[in-house]
Design a protein around this ligand. Sequence first.
Ligand code: SAM
Ligand code: SF4
Ligand code: SF4
Length: 338
Amino acid sequence: MAKAAPTDTRGRHLRDLRISVTDRCNLRCSYCMPADVFGPDYRFLPRAEILTYEELARLARIFAGLGVVKLRITGGEPLLRRDLPQLIAQLRAVPGIEDIALTTNGLLLPAMARELKAAGLNRVTISLDSLSDATFGRMNGKGVGVAPVLKAVDVAMQTGFAPVKINMVVQRGVNDTEIEAMAERWRGTGVIARFIEYMDVGTTNGWRMTDVTPAREIVARIHARWPLVNADPNYPGEVAGRWRYADGQGEIGVISSVTNTFCGDCTRARLSARGELFTCLFAAAGHDLRALVRNGQDDAAIADAIAALWQARDDRYSELRAANAAPVPKAEMSYLGG
Ligand code: SAM
Ligand code: SF4
Ligand code: SF4
């Protein structure tokens, strides 16, 4: 009953699915869930609103039938969702899924790494914006220092999640002076540091273009200290520009979602914690798949609905931003999954 893999209006296939398993988080990064917006009175989704693991696994099977081969588990902070290894095990059993990755702030990883690995998780990306307790504590909105995150990286490596990647969101005037230190920390360790341009996701982070440190500056600054050579993408549609150290000490990734957009190759869909399909990180609204799942539709009908949504997809927000098109309303990243 496998259907032909749909393409969207720009000829892009559906290959990657990012699954947000919770909208909650134990940090309040100012660029993602600023503490003054996501405060004690903020109403997160009640449990009944969130897709169960059985519902997620069923949707993953349907997406795999439409061409998805890679899954990324994200949030919010995905490790806050209870018994996450059980979900990983269910996703691992889905035919056609080649790779399951997790993006996490790492705080809860040491306690769960082995179980996640045993359940079939392949890769881990850990977010770490600074190696300074002061800067990191300010950026994460909770005063949490770097030690627990460094511990998580160690544990991830020991557990055999190779290669472990680090995500550093670079904000001008906040942590951009720490780019070289971050590169140096992970050079020669097997860990891949990825430098991400600060993006205008959601509506709450007060983003301005002047807060962005462009990817070409990040690369130039690292190159000035340790010469880099450009490396080919691992696969078409890979979001990170890859650069290798000329002296063989590993590689870095640079994600230029603002200054050098990659919408033309974007094969990613996102599933929010409450089961909405977002066809772009910057989409204002999702399409309610939970209603289909809970209203007794069979797999073929849900597959048809997803295929139709993908075939109608025309998103290229970052390209339009680069062309200075008018801003559009958006959903929050912590809600729809980074
Ligand atoms: N809580 C997990 C974490 O922080 O890794 C997973 C969810 S988080 C939304 C996923 C990734 O999005 C993180 O690496 C985070 O740094 C990144 N991110 C969040 N807001 C961003 C922004 N405004 N610009 C660029 N990256 C952002
Ligand atoms: Fe939480 Fe991740 Fe967003 Fe930071 S980036 S607030 S850790 S979801
Ligand atoms: Fe994909 Fe939307 Fe990002 Fe473009 S802006 S790369 S279409 S998620």
